[in-house]
Each structure stands twice: as structure tokens, then as C-alpha cells.
Design a protein around this ligand. Structure first.
Ligand SMILES: [Zn+2]
Length: 176
């Protein structure tokens, strides 16, 4: 049986040759992850003097679309509805948050930015170390890990993960 022994430096040279291909595959992962990333939603009040203080404090709060806003609780809800210091709402007037006082007569809305997460997903340059080529696709941003894998809020309120990075990777892998 013949044994192939690569010439000195051949594997390292091959790693440099395939590096651009690995980079292109990673860029495809970036494209799919951007497509699958949830939007970022922002809490918006009507900004008049009747907005309750807990929603004044929430003005401008941004969270990934599959997660919940963390709103300061109102005393009535803490005493009667068993919420803690924060009330977790998917959107204004969200009854699943268990709040009553903190959603009554609320006029707040949300603004959604579809590129809020996608714009911060990027592909790095290939790094060749010996025989190994590494390209990293990175998602940066507030609560981006929770957006990917999901989270559980107090009161057992479950937010499912969007899995945009892992699904993007799986889609590209299935093409190979
Ligand atoms: Zn409100």
C-alpha cells in the first residue's frame, strides 16, 4: 500500500488556495442569516403628558422582534397580578404579560426596523493557520444571542429563538 506524503508546505499552500472558496461559502451564510433575522422593534409613546411613567421610561426601548420589552411594573399589577419589578410585553397592551393596570388605556405603538439585526451580520476575512482555514460570520447587537436561541422570562413566558444563524448555516450546508 502506497502512502502519500505531501511535499513540505503543500497542505499549507492548499489551505491558502481554498481560502477564497471558504470565504464565499461564509458569505452565503451571511446572506441567508440576514434574510432570516427578525426585525428590531421599538416602543413608541404618544409623548404627551398623559403617558404613564412606566411607559415614558420605555420610550425608545429596542428589542429583537421575537423577544419581549421589559417594562417597569405598576404597583397594582405587582400586588394583584404577581408580576415582578418588570412586566414583559411583546407589544403595548399585551395581555400575555399578565398586566392589567400597565396595559389599560395604553396608546403606545411599536416601530419595526426589518434590518435592525440583519445590518449587523458580517463575514470576516479568511484566516489561514497552517492547514486550517477559518472564516467567521458574526451577528452583533443588543440581545442578539437571545434572539437566536430564545429566552424564558419570569413567570415562565417563553420566547422562541429565531435561529437565523443556525438555519442560515443549515441552508448553505444543504447546497453542498
Ligand atoms: Zn402606553
Amino acid at each position: 500500500m502506497a502512502k502519500f506524503t505531501p511535499a513540505p508546505g503543500l497542505e499549507e499552500a492548499l489551505a491558502r488556495i481554498v481560502a477564497p472558496s471558504v470565504h464565499r461559502i461564509a458569505q452565503q451564510v451571511e446572506i441567508e442569516a440576514r434574510r432570516l433575522a427578525p426585525p428590531v422593534k421599538r416602543w413608541v409613546t404618544v409623548a404627551d403628558d398623559k403617558v404613564r411613567p412606566t411607559h415614558v421610561a420605555a420610550q425608545g426601548q429596542e428589542v429583537p422582534g421575537n423577544l419581549r420589552f421589559a417594562i417597569n411594573s405598576m404597583d397594582w399589577d405587582r400586588r394583584h397580578r404577581g408580576v415582578g419589578a418588570k412586566t414583559y410585553m411583546r407589544e403595548p397592551r399585551d395581555q400575555s404579560s399578565r398586566a392589567v393596570a400597565n396595559i389599560k388605556n395604553c396608546r403606545c405603538t411599536t416601530h419595526s426596523d426589518p434590518d435592525g439585526i440583519a445590518k449587523n451580520i458580517n463575514t470576516g476575512q479568511p484566516v489561514v493557520a497552517g492547514k486550517k482555514v477559518t472564516v467567521t460570520v458574526t451577528a452583533r447587537g443588543h440581545l442578539v444571542v437571545e434572539a437566536e436561541v430564545g429566552t424564558v422570562y419570569p413567570g415562565n413566558l417563553v420566547a422562541d429563538g429565531a435561529h437565523f444563524m443556525s438555519r442560515g448555516t443549515a441552508i448553505v450546508a444543504a447546497r453542498r
